[in-house]
Design a protein around this ligand. Structure first.
Ligand SMILES: Cc1ncc(C[n+]2csc(CCOP(=O)(O)OP(=O)(O)O)c2C)c(N)n1
Ligand SMILES: [Mg+2]
Length: 349
């Protein structure tokens, strides 16, 4: 097992969990833990494959998994997700097949996006998750526009906008937050404050002590959440989603997390992060934290974890082998999903 130190004593007893999460609490925590191990294994495998030249690029979500998993488990089927770089896990938790995601990472002929996007920018339409818009912060206005659409369609769905600490500095943050506040739209703004925008530390990104405080300027609640505590994250997300669904408008949630990886495989954080960053980040790793809780509740054993890892490894091996055996999208796909079938123009041959 991967039991690292936990900074905070584990605060939840079984009756607490039953009260907070409902009768099915142990299944929820197990599902979350399994996804954490899956996501961690996926990140490790993809970084290794990128280093071997088999995948072009990768943006890991290591250290940020609790937020994505909680969002995946707290949303309803009809909600829409507008992810940043590190929230592809939300789509997987909501049912996008892992094998399809790996086809996307390899940009092969079975990638639903037909190899036209960078890796980690999948299209998962069947679970209502759009392809990431790479320009920082643009997901914010896209989600708000979608929520405005829900209003016209009398649709009781919520849009989730994910963006980083860096995303709070771009124009789209103001435009999106203001519009959602004024029109009282069903949006949950999820700021994943991993304390870095590539090499820019959050203290130089913004002069406020808490990014959540920016919500006040738009007339909506803002809450700072420990994003390495799966349970707290899940509860806050559920509450904000339900408020939006009841017509109570948007919420800004600032999840304080620690980026435990380089920004992407193109980055070398050794050039700008303090020497002790890795150790500090490891103290806030959400995985050992949930692991310790499950262990303390008697729900986890070394054997169970070993078996879980064996299954995850087999699934990943199979997905990578399938992707490597799939040819790239053929030239006949060039116009697919791009042009409508051509119509003859009246009066011409
Ligand atoms: C408009 C824009 N400016 C700059 C970039 C280059 N860029 C890509 S990611 C990134 C930092 C994003 O940081 P943050 O919003 O905190 O998200 P994180 O990567 O930490 O999850 C930058 C500056 C970009 N993609 N778009
Ligand atoms: Mg960041």
């Amino acid at each position: 097992m991967n039991a690292g130190p936990s900074p905070v004593p584990l605060p939840y007893s079984a009756p607490d969990l039953q009260r907070l999460l409902g009768a099915d609490w142990s299944r929820l925590l197990w599902t979350a833990y399994r996804w954490m191990r899956t996501a961690r294994a996926l990140d490790e495998r993809m970084i290794a494959l990128q280093r071997q030249g088999r995948v072009g690029f990768y943006g890991p979500g290591t250290g940020q998994e609790a937020v994505s998993i909680a969002a995946g488990l707290a949303t309803h089927e009809n909600d829409w997700v507008f992810p940043g770089l590190r929230e592809q896990l939300v789509a997987l938790v909501r049912g996008h097949p892992l094998g399809t995601y790996v086809h996307h990472l390899f940009a092969d002929g079975l990638d639903p996006g037909l190899g036209r996007q960078m890796p980690c920018h999948p299209t998962a339409r069947e679970v209502h998750q759009v392809s990431m818009s790479s320009c920082v912060g643009t997901q914010i206005t896209h989600a708000v526009g979608c929520a405005y659409g829900f209003r016209f369609r009398h649709d009781a769905a919520v849009a989730l906008a994910f963006f980083g600490d860096g995303g709070t500095s771009v124009n789209d943050f103001h435009a999106g937050m203001n519009f959602a506040g004024v029109f009282h739209l069903p949006v949950v703004f999820c700021c994943t404050n991993n304390q870095w925008a590539i090499s820019m530390p959050v203290e130089r990104q913004s002069h406020v002590a808490e990014l959540a405080s920016k919500a006040a300027a738009y007339g909506m609640p803002g809450r700072r959440v420990d994003g390495s505590d799966f349970i707290e994250t899940y509860l806050q997300l559920s509450q904000a989603l339900e408020a939006a669904r009841r017509g109570e408008g948007p919420t800004l949630l600032e999840f304080v997390i620690y980026r435990m990886s380089p920004h992407t495989t193109s980055d070398d954080p050794g050039r700008y992060q303090p020497k002790d960053w890795k150790e500090r980040a490891a103290e806030h790793d959400p995985m050992p934290r949930l692991e310790q809780l499950l262990g303390a509740l008697g729900l986890l054993s070394q054997d169970l974890v070993r078996e879980m890892d064996r299954q995850i490894d087999a699934t990943l091996r199979e997905a990578v082998a399938a992707a490597e055996a799939t040819p790239p999208p053929g030239p006949d796909t060039l116009e697919r999903d791009v042009f409508a079938p051509s119509q003859p123009v009246a009066g011409t041959d």
